[in-house]
Each structure stands twice: as structure tokens, then as C-alpha cells.
Design a protein around this ligand. Structure first.
Ligand SMILES: C[S@@+](CC[C@H](N)C(=O)[O-])C[C@H]1O[C@@H](n2cnc3c(N)ncnc32)[C@H](O)[C@@H]1O
Length: 362
């Protein structure tokens, strides 16, 4: 915006204003989409469209035992947002192959309903607390969130881990695949519901795995998941913080999307160093971020900064926040912290559009 010297009035650039209003309208639709997507998820509307569509609104309502008048409005909002495809000739709605991968296939690395589920859980449960924390500087811990956030996190991340962890990420770590195949000792710290612990235990039967998380409920769920997977004999889970977990001489310590959540990352790095064998590896998987703020101002960075404002930074502040890294710390900052914690070697092993995979060694 510039100021007109003659009138002292700010000049409005109409094009920029239109663009910003367009962004806000898009975001309003997006804000509602979080709720509408969850309704479609829980009532099986997307699943029915994927399994048995195309449907008119009446057919979809009959198929899902819902009321047509609601379903009709929902379908139109979904079609306007590009989540559902509408055929005006037949008045029927369907999911394209791409829409199925995002909305109806829980195994797909691009499945997004867990993200909407998590967003709703935050809005419903802790938005007021976070708003108050902006003024007090207090934290809001992971354990204070609605339980939906925990299962949503598992749903959101697990398909990506299933697609990449064993086949793409582990092989990029120097010598680690062979060690795991021959029998290694692994601690998966901040394991949540244990998705990564279980994936690794299934892939490397000669190795032993312990999943660690400070959150009791997550540890209970991880144990259940291991039972369901039939590998409870070969993995154990421990409720402990990343600075206090037991064990020594681990060959591999992993942390998936949790290091930046921790309140004393240097102290955590030092504990990892203490519990790791001298030739061991710390595998740090963090949200993708560039080192400069201006290079993260894009749609992916926007989502991560939003998660960071509502989940990661409040959790870190709840644990002391010294420093609170935030979800967009970037590799250079993470290297500094790891170095302060006693590590000497730090390498970007690989990356995806949403993940940094870092290899850290003593
Ligand atoms: C975003 S979730 C990621 C969970 C899992 N690793 C995944 O990728 O799906 C962050 C996890 O870090 C755990 N966490 C946070 N602070 C922790 C700490 N200081 N020690 C151990 N776990 C912690 C939380 O309980 C939560 O399960």
C-alpha cells in the first residue's frame, strides 16, 4: 500500500485486494471443509461414493441411512470444493481416482481425512486454552488435547510411513539396513500409537524394539496396536520422557515428528547420546522446512506453522520451551541443537515434500 502525497490517503491496489478477499473466501470454505469432511468420514459418505457411486443425493442418502436434504447440500459443497465430482447430465456425484486416494483410501500416503479430524479436535477442545496461552505464555501439553487428535495423528502419518520408512528412508542411513536385518537394538522415542515401531518390528524380525512416549494413553494404544499386529512378543512400550527413558547401547534411536515438540531439545539430544552406542545412529524425521522463514511461506509451510501454533509450540512450552523449536525449525537449527547435545555428525539423509530425514551420529 502506498500513500498519496496530495491527499494523505492510502492508495488501495484493487488487484491485491481482490486477491486477498479471494484467499479469505477460499479459507472460509476450507474452515468449513474440516467439519464437512469429518461428517462425510464418520457417516460413510465418501466411502459409499467410493465403493458404490455414482449416486444422486437420494441414492447416497438411502445407501448411508441419512437424510437426503442434508446430503444434497453436503454433496454440493464437496463438489464446489473439488472433493467430489458432479455430473449435471445424470445429477449424480462420484469420486475420481484422485479424490478416492485423498478421501477414501486409508492406506494411501495422500489420505487427508486424519488431518481434518485432527484440526476439528483442536478447535473443539483447546482453541480457548491456546488463545489464553498467547497472553500468559503458558503451555498446553499434548496430553491435554481431545483424544481424537491422537488417533487422527496416527491416521494422518501412518500411510506415509508405511509407504516410505522401510523401503526408502532406512536404506539411506549408513549401514543401518544391514544392522537391522542382522539384529539391532532400537528405541523409537515419541512413538505415539506405535505406527513406526510396529512397521520396523514387522520388517526386521531379528531386531528388538522399544517404543517410548511420555503420554500414558498413547503407550496403552501402542500396546493394543502391537497385539493386533501379532507382534506383541517382539516389541515393548515404555511410558517415559525423551530425557528419562531407560536403556543403553542402542544401535538406532528414532524420532518421528516429535523432537521439535520437546521442551528441552538439547537435553533430549544429550540423553539420546548417552543411550546410543558409539557407532549408533539417531534418525530424526522432522516436518520439511527450509532454514529461512521466507522460504517456508507456501501452502505446506502454512499448514505446519498452523499445527505448530496450536500443538507443537504449546506442548514444547508446557515442557519448559528452552528453546521451543516449532515445527519449522529447519535442518540448520536442528544441527545446532544436536551438536550442543554432544553429536558431531549430522547429515540430511533424504527428504520428501513434507519430511526431512536426518542422520545424526556421535
Ligand atoms: C505429533 S506426535 C507424533 C507421534 C508419532 N511419532 C507419529 O509420528 O505418528 C508427537 C508425540 O511426541 C510425544 N512427546 C511429546 N513430548 C515428549 C517428550 N518430552 N518425551 C516423550 N514423548 C513426547 C507426544 O506424546 C506424541 O505422541
Amino acid at each position: 500500500m502506498t500513500t498519496d502525497n496530495r491527499t494523505g490517503q492510502d492508495q488501495i491496489n484493487e488487484e491485491k485486494l481482490d486477491e486477498l478477499v479471494g484467499t479469505a473466501i477460499n479459507d472460509l470454505g476450507g474452515a468449513f471443509q474440516a467439519a464437512l469432511a469429518e461428517i462425510g468420514d464418520w457417516l460413510g459418505l465418501y466411502a459409499a461414493l467410493a465403493d458404490a457411486g455414482p449416486f444422486t443425493s437420494t441414492e447416497l442418502a438411502e445407501h448411508t441411512d441419512t437424510h437426503e436434504r442434508y446430503v444434497r447440500e453436503w454433496l454440493r459443497s464437496q463438489a464446489a470444493g473439488g472433493y467430489v465430482t458432479y455430473d449435471p447430465e445424470t445429477d449424480r456425484y462420484s469420486l475420481s481416482p484422485e479424490q478416492r486416494l485423498v478421501l477414501a483410501n486409508e492406506e494411501s500416503p495422500t489420505f487427508m481425512l486424519g488431518g481434518f479430524q485432527g484440526t476439528n479436535a483442536i478447535i473443539a477442545e483447546v482453541q480457548d486454552d491456546i488463545e489464553a496461552a498467547f497472553q500468559t505464555g503458558d503451555g498446553v501439553g499434548w496430553h491435554e488435547h481431545h483424544p481424537e487428535l491422537f488417533s487422527a495423528t496416527e491416521r494422518f502419518y501412518k500411510p506415509g510411513y508405511a509407504a516410505s520408512l522401510i523401503s526408502e528412508w532406512i536404506p539411506t542411513l549408513d549401514g543401518m539396513e544391514t544392522k537391522l536385518e542382522n539384529g539391532a537394538r532400537v528405541a523409537d522415542v515419541g512413538c505415539g500409537y506405535g505406527a513406526t515401531t510396529i512397521l520396523m518390528a514387522e520388517a526386521y524380525p531379528e531386531s528388538t524394539f522399544v517404543g517410548i512416549d511420555y503420554h500414558d494413553h498413547s503407550i496403552d494404544m501402542a500396546r493394543e496396536r502391537a497385539e493386533e499386529a501379532g507382534i506383541a512378543e517382539r516389541v515393548s512400550f515404555e511410558a517415559a520422557t525423551a530425557k528419562s527413558y531407560n536403556g543403553a547401547e542402542y544401535d538406532l534411536v528414532t524420532m518421528f515428528d516429535c523432537f521439535h515438540d520437546m521442551g528441552d531439545p538439547v537435553g533430549v539430544a544429550a540423553h539420546v547420546r548417552e543411550t546410543l552406542a558409539d557407532d549408533g545412529t539417531w534418525m530424526l524425521v522432522e516436518p520439511f522446512a527450509n532454514d529461512q522463514v521466507e522460504d517456508n511461506l507456501n501452502p505446506v509451510g502454512r499448514v505446519f506453522y498452523a499445527f505448530s501454533t496450536m500443538i507443537c509450540t504449546p506442548n514444547s512450552l508446557d515442557q519448559g520451551g528452552n528453546p521451543a523449536l516449532g515445527a519449522q525449525a529447519g535442518a540448520a537449527r536442528l544441527r545446532e541443537v544436536a551438536t550442543e547435545g554432544g553429536f558431531t555428525r549430522f547429515r540430511r539423509a533424504t527428504e520428501t515434500p513434507v519430511n526431512l530425514v536426518l542422520e545424526v551420529k556421535p
